[in-house]
Design a protein around this ligand. Structure first.
Ligand SMILES: [Mn+2]
Length: 293
């Protein structure tokens, strides 16, 4: 099964989809390891013309690997993709997989920083006795990264806040409520984009990795989640933020993961998850086209 139903060869593809069937630690809904099949099937609905940017975003070409089933396989696959100067796009599974992709990136590229899109801080040093839990995703990544920004956190434990403060990482988080607010005069929902820009402009590091936890999005828009956290970002806000970040960093972006999607038999959710990936890759593909012109 191929993402977008395209069967470009590895050699000609820029984006290499790595389906991740790695999960099993969720304390919410279980089944994130089933996500790749659902998301890939739903991606067949998505056509190649980007109606927002007005270009064929598949010009950069996509190749889909066979699914990986453990961290070692994911690490090897990521390493292989990066050594061939291509972009790994990990789809599905739980969030604790990010650190092995980052380990591969550090090895091949040297210096990598991450932007996490997540309703949770994922800063537990261990969770229910497990160091490799979805709740430890960011903490596990720290040894491999130069810097990070985490956007959208709105459910965090006091213990995580203590860990964050002890490590001096408080400024790396843009909490949901500091970012999205209701305008008191107009009553409408607004985003503090100055704060977002400050965070992304302060990010150090030669290369950038985007780690997208689907619970960033409001569960009303995308209910098939391991750990839904209302309220969250609308679909339009989510795409706007992703575009702004990708336009800022351009080709410094060298990898993605899209995790914590938990299939619930809702086809609209599957398509929404696939669309987030397609649009993200389209935004990045567009920066290549623009540079060529
Ligand atoms: Mn999360």
């Amino acid at each position: 099964m191929n993402f977008l139903d395209f069967d470009h060869s590895f050699g000609e593809a820029k984006f290499i989809i790595i389906p991740s069937k790695i999960g099993g630690t969720s304390v919410g809904s279980k089944g994130a390891e089933e996500a790749p099949d659902h998301i890939i099937k739903a991606s067949w609905q998505i056509e190649d013309w980007d109606t927002e940017l007005k270009f064929d975003f598949t010009e950069s070409k996509f190749h889909t690997f066979k699914p990986v089933r453990n961290l070692e396989e994911l690490y090897e696959a990521s390493l292989f993709v990066l050594k061939h100067n291509k972009i790994p796009v990990v789809i599905g599974g739980e969030h604790f997989i990010s650190h092995v992709v980052l380990r591969a990136m550090k090895e091949v590229l040297g210096e990598v920083s991450v932007i996490f899109f997540d309703a949770h801080a994922d800063m537990f040093d261990e969770f229910n006795g497990n160091k490799f839990s979805h709740a430890c995703a960011l903490f596990l990544s720290l040894p491999y990264i130069k810097d990070f920004v985490s956007i959208g956190v709105r459910n965090v434990a006091k213990r995580e806040v203590d860990i964050i403060n002890n490590l001096g990482l408080k400024d790396k988080f843009l909490f949901f409520e500091d970012f999205v607010y209701v305008d008191r005069k107009e009553g409408c929902v607004k985003m503090n984009l100055d704060l977002l820009d400050q965070k992304i402009e302060s990010l150090k590091g030669a290369f950038i990795y985007l780690s997208f936890d689907y619970d960033f999005i409001d569960p009303g828009y995308l209910p098939s989640l391991s750990t839904p956290e209302p309220p969250g970002f609308s679909f339009v806000q989510t795409l706007f933020i992703i575009r702004r970040i990708i336009e800022h960093f351009g080709q410094k972006i060298r990898g993605f993961d899209f995790v914590e999607f938990c299939p619930q038999g809702i086809f609209a959710s599957d398509v929404s998850a696939a669309k987030i990936i397609a649009k993200s890759l389209s935004y990045l593909a567009y920066t290549y086209i623009k540079d060529e012109k």
